[in-house]
Design a protein around this ligand. Sequence first.
Ligand SMILES: C[S@@+](CC[C@H](N)C(=O)[O-])C[C@H]1O[C@@H](n2cnc3c(N)ncnc32)[C@H](O)[C@@H]1O
Length: 245
Amino acid sequence: MTVYDRIGRGYATTRGPDPRIAAQVVAALGGMTSVVNVGAGTGSYEPAETIVAVEPSSTMIAQRPAGTAACVRGTAEALPLSSGSVDAALAVLTVHHWTDVEAGIAELRRVARKRVVILTWDQRVFREFWLVREYLPAAAAVSAGHAVPIPLIAELLPGARVEPVPVPHDCTDGFGAAFWRRPEAYLDPRVRAGISMLAQAHPRDLVDGLSALTADLESGAWHERHRELSTLDRLDAGYRLIVGG
Ligand SMILES: C[S@@+](CC[C@H](N)C(=O)[O-])C[C@H]1O[C@@H](n2cnc3c(N)ncnc32)[C@H](O)[C@@H]1O
């Protein structure tokens, strides 16, 4: 059983692609006509040009909507594709789950003739996000333990450019910082189940922080302390696109 066979059961209910982030991913792919989506999950951010998806969890594969690309069960570290068989390889919010990032990125480079696009986060920025900094240090520890350093990815993709991916205030994907201006959302267990740093932390270690957040929302202390957030439409919480090739 893979991790996502356990934590991914309700993934499709809270995790769908945000159209503004999807547009940024499509722009990064820049007209590539054949794409492999690696760590594809339920198919979020998968462009129409995707000819095959690769995903290890059958629970995630089972939630792929009808009409999405054919999906092969496999891992990034050993892609079931021949060398140079696609224009581009895409990996969205997945590298932090790989057991061997260097091998996985070498595989993306092996199968993609022209471009590799990776979406992940920069922990140096993400660790300042109010949820993990002020309330949930246990989740911060999970996220720090999983984070793949951006300089390491850039080193593995020589010449790559790194683009910030700001999170819209009404982001329709439910990843870690998606609810930065909607703090009440983090009190919903279904929302937390779709965020791996919260799903993988021990529930006992989140109790005090969630109680403190509840109290601060009721008293108005959260809104007082984060008044500046209500003036922003987008936030740089550390998400980054790395575009190589
Ligand atoms: C947070 S989900 C992201 C799914 C999808 N890309 C998205 O943006 O919604 C992370 C995915 O990475 C997959 N994954 C975990 N280990 C992997 C590996 N070694 N190779 C490829 N994918 C992996 C998980 O099964 C899961 O579906």
